[in-house]
Design a protein around this ligand. Structure first.
Ligand code: NAP
Length: 283
């Protein structure tokens, strides 16, 4: 079987070209979408993600800023920054980069973002509305995956989908989106028994574990569609996914590469949701 790569980078570039036009139209009406990311501490991976987000946002004309705070910042100080942004009419999207340093209650900080300005979809109001099927800002990674699957004509209805990982930002919302698309969904996690057997029965396999090359060829059903969310470093510091992509070649029908699969789509959905907030404001 020929395995097709699900090219998130290419789709992200195409979508961003269209977004640039949407931003230009907003600018003609005197509105510049504004996005601010708050980054607390020195986490290297977070610093890279935040830089990428800023670069991509600027490329399509979004006014993008980063507030960098030291590791020693208190929860109250972060919330103060969020509250200033809540009141700033030039800022339409606020994102607090996770993880936050241990001394902070992540949920409390996320709750302090005015939910209309939450572009990550992590505010309980957005999470709740999403769960209830109301209009909501969606968690960007699973939203990006759904967009990538749709753009590549992947059929979900009636299919057996396995999501490995149950985090609030990837696994749980991913499972809900797949269920809403009429897939029959199983969620696996670190306590799951017979994981390999479950995987071998999955038409769609989404891996969001955070363990390099954990999913090997023998996990895969023939012709499965495989989405690799994992971002891990191997012993040489190279970025690798949860899935042994090379081993999956010839077994999977479609697979997302790492890098160039899910990552670029996550950022694109963040930009999409920032622009949409401004467009909605003008409606
Ligand atoms: P997380 O919060 O650490 O969650 C990991 C999940 O994997 C947990 O639910 C955990 O189970 C499960 N797990 C761990 N070991 C397992 C095992 N041996 N078998 C089965 N399940 C296992 O991570 P996350 O934030 O969801 O991120 C997951 C990965 O995706 C990371 O590599 C992250 O860097 C990457 N990521 C990528 C993007 C992107 O845009 N490409 C975005 C977000 C995250 P328990 O719940 O039982 O502990």
């Amino acid at each position: 079987m020929k395995t097709e790569l699900l090219d998130g980078k290419k789709l992200a570039q195409d979508m961003q070209l269209q977004m640039k036009e949407r931003v230009n139209k907003l600018k003609e009406k005197g509105k510049i979408p504004g996005l601010t990311v708050i980054l607390v501490g020195e986490n290297k991976a977070s610093q890279t993600y935040v830089r990428n987000k800023e670069r991509q946002a600027k490329k399509i004309g979004i006014h993008s800023t980063i507030i960098r705070l030291p590791d020693t910042t208190t929860e109250e100080e972060v919330i103060n920054e969020v509250e200033k942004l809540n009141e700033n009419p030039a800022i339409h999207g606020i994102l607090v980069q996770l993880p936050l340093p241990k001394q902070m209650d992540e949920q409390k900080v996320l709750r302090s973002i005015r939910y209309e300005k939450d572009v990550d979809g992590f505010h309980p109001m957005n999470m709740g509305n999403f769960l209830l099927g109301n209009q909501a800002t969606l968690p960007c990674t699973p939203y990006g995956i759904m967009t990538l699957l749709k753009a590549n004509g992947v059929e979900l209805e009636g299919k057996r989908a396995l999501v490995i990982g149950r985090s609030n930002i990837v696994g749980k919302p991913m499972a809900l989106m797949l269920m809403n698309a009429n897939a029959t969904v199983t969620i696996a996690h670190s306590r799951t028994e017979n994981l390999k057997e479950l995987a071998q029965n999955a038409d769609i396999l989404i891996s969001a574990i955070g363990s390099g090359h954990f999913v090997t060829a023998d996990f895969l059903k023939s012709a499965a569609v495989v989405v690799d969310v994992g971002m891990n470093r191997d012993e040489h510091g190279k970025l690798i996914g949860d899935v042994d992509t090379e081993g999956a070649m010839g077994i999977a029908s479609k697979i997302t590469p790492v890098p160039g699969g899910v990552g670029p789509m996550t950022i694109t959905m963040l930009l999409e949701q920032t622009i949409k907030k401004v467009e909605d404001e003008l409606r």
